[in-house]
Design a protein around this ligand. Structure first.
Ligand code: ADP
Length: 378
């Protein structure tokens, strides 16, 4: 294949923005497909095709400007893209890799067939599920949108009131996992099957949105090895090309279950920009442009990443908070430049590099005290 130097991304949010910054450093050009001129990646992309994420006609236009097309999110119209692939458009990851992943129910089935542990699950039908359980929209869920923890009859009634009819894509219902930690790994694979695994990290979600990430996770080496082994198995079975984020639950008995595979760059890998030899964004671009993978090793002994989410209180002085955060030792602030700042929106993140892993939780609390009026109880 000819040298790949022109990258197309379906999506224009902060992941595409960070991918575009990495592309610039690597001398690659990057175009995005996005509906809104105010999206972060528009300001740094080499070109933009305006259109909805699932609009195949816009992707056809994008294909005229680039050598390979990749994805910022899972909300694409796979059938429309398959026509383009048949006409010779190159997608990485391949569409056959995405096919079992886009629908959460099918993703669970795929993992189950590989013998990888997942929470017990089924389609939501007419009968009430047993509590506690978690109901998830099979498609188009993100940051907890489309995820409902149902603890009791009252929560079930509320869910039914909100969704008197089940939408065509359906809901998945699964057992609530009483996990002790949520873990994640970034894993990259080249078209030749070379794999690079980043360290396993611990993540904390608040209201189903990632709040912080601790790298590496404070876990037993055998748990880490088990997760790395699962990541290898999953990427190989998918014939995946590019970077993948995989999320896990760790239970009190040491059992590891996969929660979700994201076939793209991922929030739990943002720490890699400042803390690793090769960032997840550079690694993804290396993989999809046919360059050898870079080292996923950490350059420091530990790091923490905290998401800076939009706050509910009115008139927040985000500038003053950013200044206070940037003044922390070994802090790297990333501000996405979003034009609207509603509550819960991912506005930026901060990564602090640490010499002593034992200092991680203290730093997270320090950052939370600056940014959030109500720090998370840990
Ligand atoms: P999204 O795709 O919106 O990120 P997830 O399926 O990853 O949705 O769920 C978001 C969060 O909800 C998880 O990170 C976890 O904190 C919680 N959660 C999801 N599924 C379960 C489950 N089966 N048991 C317990 N908590 C869950």
């Amino acid at each position: 294949m000819d040298k790949i130097t022109r990258i197309g991304v379906i999506g224009g949010g902060q992941l595409a923005w960070m991918l575009a910054l990495a592309a610039k450093e690597m001398g690659l050009s990057l175009w995005v497909q996005t509906p809104a001129a105010t999206d972060p990646a528009v300001a740094v992309a080499d070109g933009v095709c305006y259109g909805a994420i699932a609009d195949g006609a816009t992707t056809a236009q994008l294909a005229e400007h680039v050598d390979v097309i990749t994805f910022e999110n899972e909300f694409v119209d796979l059938e429309r893209l398959q026509h383009l692939e048949q006409q010779g458009v190159c997608f990485y990851p391949r569409l056959a890799t995405l096919a079992p992943l886009l629908n959460k129910y099918q993703q669970r089935r795929f993992l189950q067939a590989l013998g990888i542990p997942v929470p017990a699950f089924t389609y939501l039908g007419d009968r009430p599920p047993s509590f506690p359980c978690v109901i998830k929209a099979c498609r188009h869920g993100y940051d907890g949108q489309g995820t409902f923890v149902i603890t009791d009859e009252q929560a079930w009634q509320q869910f039914q009131q909100r969704w008197p009819e089940i939408p065509p894509q359906g809901f998945l219902v699964e057992a609530f996992v009483p996990y002790v930690k949520e873990l994640a790994i970034m894993a990259a694979r080249s078209p030749q099957g070379e794999i690079a695994l980043y360290p396993v990290v611990e993540t904390q979600q608040v209201a189903a949105i990632c709040r912080w990430v601790m790298a590496p996770a404070p876990i037993a080496p055998q748990v880490s090895e088990q997760i790395q082994q699962m990541a290898r198995q999953i990427l190989t079975a998918l014939d995946g090309v590019g970077i993948f984020g995989i999320e896990f639950f760790l239970t009190a008995t040491g059992e590891v279950l996969v929660n979700e595979i994201a076939p793209r760059t991922h929030n739990s890998g943002h720490y890699t920009i400042d803390a690793c030899v090769t960032s997840q964004f550079q690694q993804h671009l290396r993989a999809i442009s046919g360059q050898p993978l870079g080292s996923p090793d950490m350059r420091v002994s530990a790091a923490v990443m905290v998401n800076l989410l939009g706050l509910a209180e009115p008139q927040v002085d985000y500038g003053a908070k950013c200044q206070a955060l940037a003044a922390l030792p070994h802090a790297n602030l990333h501000w996405y430049g979003k034009s609207q700042t509603y509550a819960g929106r991912k506005l930026g993140h901060i990564t602090v590099l640490l010499e002593d892993p034992a200092a991680a939780m203290g730093i997270i609390q320090e950052i939370e005290a600056i940014w959030y009026s109500t720090p998370v109880a840990v």
